[in-house]
Design a protein around this ligand. Sequence first.
Ligand code: APR
Ligand code: PHB
Length: 393
Amino acid sequence: MVELNTTVAIIGAGPSGLLLSQLLANAGIDSVIIERSSKNHVLGRIRAGVLEWGTVETLKDAGVSERCFAEGLPHDGFDLFFNGERHRVDVSHYTGKQVMVYGQTEMTKDLIEQREAEEQSIFWSTPDAQLLDVDGNNPKVSFTNVDGKPVTLNAKIIAGCDGFRGISRQAIPQEKLREFERVYPFGWLGVLVDKPPLHHELIYANHQEGFALASMRSNTRSRYYVQCDNGDIVDDWTIDQFWSALITRLGPELGPKVQTGDPLEMSIAPLRSYVAEPMRYGRLFLAGDSAHIVPPTGAKGLNLAVADVRRLARAIERWKLKGADAALEDYSKEALNRVWKVERFSWYLSTMLHQFPEHSAFEKRMQEAEFSYVKSSEAATKSIAENYVGLPF
Ligand code: APR
Ligand code: PHB
């Protein structure tokens, strides 16, 4: 048996776990990360790519923003496109801020590089972690190390950064947990292609055949999505069928401008809204996808994780350095207050921009009226802008 000690045991080396470790290290607080998958598997994940300016500032504060500023694409706004009508949301005009197009994959790569440069202890390919005594005075994580030896990691705090399918949320007794969920009757089929983007900003389209999104990773690499049926698997779609659906849904003005090609990656993601309350149980604190999921329509998943982590790191720092338990006590309530507002925005945009099989004629008119109102109202457009650029932390 190997016995180890740390201040914070972090479960998961996704964006939440890696960023938390970096922020804690910058405050002189040690941590150990346990990750189920290999480093290459974590680095190979293709995820979203729009950073709120608050996320960019957090990366800057963490000292891992150099490549983001060098290679990222600052955007002033995006387009909504509804049955042939276009409406630009001028984020910079309404908020004085931009968003940064920079892939989560790249952000994860930057964080791993920095954590390794600082010799952070990360147990990769460790699928058997178990949380023990999380509501006691001696929380610990047990797992098997690469040499096959059992390890007990004693910690003062356990951070559950292990995503929606992790173990941390499961460590909260069912009778203490309140779960809220909305599963949407569709998914997103995404394609990554080495072709220049259709437009210099993002375009979210609602067409009678379904939703489509034109995004990008750089000026030479594009990311596109089309709404697909819930039961669809990637093999149900040929790349030609994808391009045809995308071009149709972007309409006669934009569709023909799409530069098609063979995909670097093609995958389907289901859409759900989910929140688990509370985000704390004893010495266990949840951050990121372990506590909540948003549909990708508002580009909020990564940004919400960053907001949790920034708040949790600050609370742990106050607790560790000033003995202030209050900050830890307030974490769950304060984090959830922002989580629910972001869940609302992601649900709102998803409801406006997708074709719902079960929608009545009345609900279809409500969708049209919502877009028509947004298109005609500075106040409604400003509301979308301030949510998209990111609510205050
Ligand atoms: N033990 C150790 N690690 C685990 C376990 C486990 N039992 N279960 C899951 N993990 C790891 C996963 O392999 C993953 O690397 O936890 C990490 C969780 O990362 P994410 O799912 O990316 O969640 P998070 O870090 O909160 O980032 C949220 O990532 O997936 C996107 O859409 C999501 O943009 C959002 C962002
Ligand atoms: C992406 O580029 O992957 C992306 C952008 C905006 C979204 C979702 C995904 O809302």
